[in-house]
Design a protein around this ligand. Structure first.
Ligand code: ADQ
Length: 481
């Protein structure tokens, strides 16, 4: 049987403009999906990241791309506004206030409609269309109303909130109806799947078929609704384990991590944080806990140092500018109190590093601090473990990450509790070699047995299964019956 053509729709295309053409974006997800798109004669649809850029088809290294052009206003209202100032904070436990602006919603709907129209026109017959993430939640139903032959999957990379938070959204029913246009809706965790199914029941009168397990952690299964049936499941994402292990085993990596330790003054313990500079990642709490341990003399700045690498992100959104200022203030304050000439206690880099530089840093890090207040999965935790071919290193991991479901041998912590954070850091710093090895071995066994390519295959296999709701059964008249 010839595989169905795979069409991916995501806010961003998997390529970035360079001075002399296009470069494929880094990341395991892109590397896993691109060959599937090419081999099946599919296409990847998304935005280039540049305002008023090209619209329509082009090709990069044999992969078909389809660009959706966004104007400055659309970027401000659909991307920075509704996606990142309304949905992002609300879906992350509402740890920052969301803005609710009808104009942003309007633009979000218009951009989603443009994606759906372009997909309906470009997708080959019988294609599998895989829509990614919260920027495009209305696309499944908008597309379903135009195409009955295709199978539609949607995956939510970020958490899906509990009903009491989701209910704040003035456009809550429209979002749920938008997602119900898909044949399969996937979440990082079982909890997200259950939240979604519960909301479908509450807001649209859908019925949930509970005992139809899908997803590794079990799931609510099938949601029967006015327009048909949507399968719902948990699909915890992973990383390209092979690539990271190969890089980690390389001679250059070994030379580099020795050089890093040397440049940092051969401290006894290097603590490490690597994050997008996002207020959900708990960077400030982590720095404060480290600072407090130095203040109390329970850590010593000449033996224990922290490296924090933070990638610039969403700098057009107020909450992100405020978070950056707060983190930089904390770094300055803690270094002011504890640095010696030439030896800061916190080394702070505000930039993105290529994987070739990140891997040696992971190898140099004795204690990895991953302390988000809420995170869909958190790939940094998985990357760190994948690099530790020496079975050494300790992962301190927030209970509020999707990764914590699987990575139970990490030192798990509630990042809202400063005393708990301090004690988790001390536990990690003082852990003996035997326990470090036992925990890391178990973590590595879990992480290395599930990689991102397998994750993608599993999602697509379930999407393709004939027992799943058939697109043909769903009337072509749009969502409202
Ligand atoms: P993110 O919120 O971006 O992803 P995460 O899963 O940690 O969070 O992925 C970050 C990626 O960026 C990692 O691959 C990491 O290596 C890279 N990165 C971070 N800091 C970097 C730096 N300074 N330089 C270079 N690279 C850096 C969203 C969700 C997550 C979910 C993923 C995948 O918020 O919960 O795990 O999607 O589904």
């Amino acid at each position: 049987m010839t595989p169905r053509p795979l069409v991916i729709a995501a806010n961003r295309l998997p390529v970035m403009r360079t001075t002399d053409g296009w470069e494929t974006s880094p990341g395991g997800l892109v590397r896993a999906l691109l060959p599937m798109v090419t081999e099946t004669g599919g296409v990847w649809m998304g935005w280039t990241g540049v305002p008023d850029d090209l619209e329509g088809k082009f090709e990069v290294d044999g992969v078909a791309m389809h660009s959706i052009s966004l104007s400055e206003r659309e970027i401000e209202e659909y991307y920075e506004g509704f996606s990142n100032d309304t949905i992002w904070p609300l879906y992350h436990d509402a740890i920052r206030d969301s803005g609710y602006h009808a104009s942003h919603w309007q633009t979000y709907s218009e951009v989603n409609q443009r994606f759906a129209d372009a997909l309906a026109a470009a997708a080959p017959p019988d294609a599998m269309i895989w829509i990614h993430d919260y920027h495009l939640q209305l696309v499944p139903a908008m597309l379903r109303s135009q195409r009955n032959d295709v199978r539609i999957g949607y995956f939510n990379h970020i958490p899906f909130p509990p009903p009491e938070l989701f209910a704040r959204l003035p456009w809550r029913t429209e979002i749920i109806e938008g997602l119900l246009g898909a044949d399969l809706v996937g979440f990082q965790r079982d909890r997200g799947a259950r939240n979604f199914a519960g909301l479908a029941e509450q807001l649209t009168g859908a019925q949930i078929e509970i005992d139809h397990p899908l997803g590794r952690d079990g799931s609510p299964g099938l949601v029967h609704h006015a327009q048909g049936i949507t399968a719902v499941g948990a699909f915890p994402i992973s990383i390209d384990v092979g690539e990271i292990e190969t890089l980690s085993a390389g001679r250059t990596t070994r030379q580099q991590y020795n050089a890093i330790r040397n440049r940092l003054g051969e401290p006894e313990v290097i603590l490490l944080g690597v994050d997008r500079l996002d207020y959900t990642k708990g960077i400030g709490n982590r720095l404060s806990a480290f600072g407090a341990l130095l203040d109390e003399g329970r850590l010593d700045g000449s033996r224990h140092i922290l490296v924090q690498v933070a990638t610039p992100t969403r700098e057009g959104v107020d909450h992100y500018r405020e978070e950056r200022h707060e983190i930089e203030r904390l770094v300055g304050e803690i270094n002011g109190r504890h640095a010696r000439l030439g030896f800061p206690v916190i080394h702070y880099l505000y930039r993105s590093l290529p994987l070739e530089e990140l891997v040696p840093l992971y190898r140099a890090g004795d204690v990895m601090l991953v302390t988000p207040f809420r995170d869909g999965m958190n790939l940094v935790a998985k990357e760190y473990v994948a690099t530790r071919l020496d079975d050494d290193g300790v992962l301190v991991l927030s209970e509020f990450t999707g990764a914590a479901d699987e990575m139970t041998e990490a030192v798990l912590v509630n990042p809202h509790d400063e005393e708990a954070l301090k004690s988790a850091i001390l536990t990690a710093v003082e852990m003996n070699r035997h326990e470090r090895r036992n925990r890391m071995r178990s973590l590595r066994a879990k992480i290395t047995s599930h990689d991102v390519a397998e994750w993608a295959r599993r999602f697509l296999n379930i999407l393709e299964q004939p027992e799943n709701p058939k697109a043909q059964e769903i009337s072509g008249t749009g969502l409202t019956p």
